[in-house]
Design a protein around this ligand. Structure first.
Ligand code: AR6
Length: 172
């Protein structure tokens, strides 16, 4: 167990951290699940910045990430990443999911983020198997903590008991 990794159950929009991560889609224009919750709670400033990023770079590819204000959220920043849609596992889904986490950590480091909270990316509407996704998330999180000593806390925000139990089992 790494003491910088904490498990939280609940709604990520309530989390106090330098940054929270959004499981977005490549349009960056919002959607359901955690994406919908973050835009609802964070207010229009987040969507406004997402639109500006879209105008500059045409959205966000799977595995990449972009950063915006946290708007009305307790978090200073929202890092929007696009996880892969699960299509059986032969479409590079595992690598793309890991890359999504890595892209978030890269932006976090560039913006001096010391605490960051993640939802379980891709495991809702995008149907990535929860246990496999948690293993990949923890690999990426441990690598980032090892690489970036300034990173003090990574919160894993579980929206349901099944996800929490999976992470708790893997964290030991
Ligand atoms: N706080 C924390 N976790 C949440 C919350 C919340 N408020 N709401 C849902 N989750 P999903 P995806 C959990 O579907 O699979 C959107 O339409 C949820 O239980 O939000 O990456 C986007 O626009 C699950 O464990 O994201 C994309 O089109 C996890 O967050 C698409 O869905 C991810 O579920 C992305 O799908």
């Amino acid at each position: 167990m790494n003491e910088k990794i904490t498990l939280v159950t609940g709604d990520i929009t309530h989390i106090h951290a330098d940054a929270i991560v959004n499981a977005a889609n490549s349009s960056l224009l919002g959607g359901g699940g955690v994406d919908g919750a973050i835009h609802r709670a964070g207010g229009p400033a987040i969507l406004e910045e997402c639109k500006q990023i879209r105008n500059r770079q045409g959205g966000c590819h799977t595995g990449d990430a972009v950063i915006t204000t946290g708007g009305n959220l307790p978090a200073r920043y929202v890092i929007h990443t696009v996880g892969p849609v699960w299509n059986g596992g032969s479409q590079n889904e595992a690598q793309l999911l890991k890359r999504a986490y890595q892209s978030c950590f890269r932006l976090a480091q560039q913006h001096d983020v010391k605490s960051i909270a993640f939802p379980s990316i891709s495991t809702g509407i995008y149907r990535f198997p929860k246990k496999k996704a948690a293993e990949i998330a923890l690999e990426a999180i441990r690598d980032a903590l090892a690489d970036n000593p300034a990173l003090q806390e990574v919160k894993i925000v579980c929206f349901d008991e099944e996800t929490r139990a999976i992470y708790a089992g893997l964290l030991g």
